[in-house]
Design a protein around this ligand. Structure first.
Ligand code: PAF
Length: 275
């Protein structure tokens, strides 16, 4: 595995590679990321992982400074799984101020975008830059960040980018908590409570699959259950999988998404639901 920090070295290394599968990350890798890298291996001869904590996607007061940077440990985990790790500095990725950015579609202002204005513009902009640098044939993103995956699919479709996007299933801890680099911010008591987020979504799915159809009430009751246990809820929302819009009646492929804070840690989760 080769660790590369500069754009010029990356371009030189990948020149002539015609089967590149790419996994963009912000590092602090866990089993969920490694799963995405294994999926990438099934789709490309050369597997590239980027590790870059992208300042453009963090808002004022968010955790850009505290975000765990663990490059050495990440590379140790990637040995034998990836061919190239691209870990640029901020100056390497943004040598001049990034005054041109991607404006994501309106759906990016809902759900997580409502609580994090500008976040998906920052994500789409850095992913476009990374795609231009790596020029992969395939890129793998986790379904854990379901709205992000949707925005990336739109980026690729609307800008005719020659890359196939694959969504990797969410990897969970034994108790059901979706793996996330931010889980390590949780105190032991918060970590025990955190599983209630996935349990809340599972209960919502159970009720939908049992035939309940008053989605607004289901969303409100799920949010109230979290609030009653001390969570600060950003949203619990049931959407159509394909568009992330509110589902039309009769829609069969749904996704229940939630974001809520436990103390100062914001957790995300979602469950796909087929009716
Ligand atoms: O999901 C992430 O880790 C980041 O949002 C991404 C896609 C690497 C862009 O910075």
């Amino acid at each position: 595995m080769q660790l590369i920090h500069s754009v010029s070295e990356l371009r030189a290394r990948l020149a002539g590679e015609s089967s590149v599968a790419f996994v963009p990350t912000m590092g602090n890798l866990h089993a969920g990321h490694l799963d995405l890298v294994r999926i990438a291996r099934q789709h490309g001869r050369c597997v590239v992982v980027s590790i870059f904590v992208n300042p453009l996607q963090f808002g004022v007061g968010e955790d850009f400074d505290q975000y765990p940077r663990t490059l050495e440990a990440d590379c140790a985990q990637l040995g034998g799984l990836a061919d190239v790790v691209f870990a640029p500095s901020v100056a390497e990725m943004y040598p001049v101020p990034q005054s041109m950015t991607v404006t994501p579609p309106p759906i990016a202002s809902e759900l997580c975008g409502a609580a994090r204005p500008g976040h998906f513009s920052g994500v789409a902009t850095v992913v476009l830059k990374l795609f231009n640098l790596v020029q992969p044939q395939v890129a793998v993103f986790g379904k854990k960040d379901y709205q992000q995956l949707h925005v990336i699919r739109q980026l690729v479709a609307q800008f005719n980018l020659p890359v196939e996007i694959i969504g990797g299933e969410t990897v969970r801890a034994a108790d059901g908590l979706a793996l996330s680099s931010r889980n390590q911010y949780l105190s032991p008591a918060e970590r025990s409570e955190a599983v209630f987020l996935s349990q809340t979504l599972a209960e919502l799915r159970r009720r939908l699959q049992a035939g309940e159809r008053d989605i607004v009430t289901l969303e409100q009751q799920a949010a109230a259950a979290l609030t009653a246990r001390g969570w600060q809820v950003d949203y619990v929302s049931v959407r159509a999988q394909a568009t992330l819009a509110a589902p039309e009646s009769g829609e069969k492929k749904l996704v229940a998404l939630a974001a809520a804070r436990l103390g100062s840690t914001r957790l995300l989760d979602n469950l796909e639901i087929c009716l």
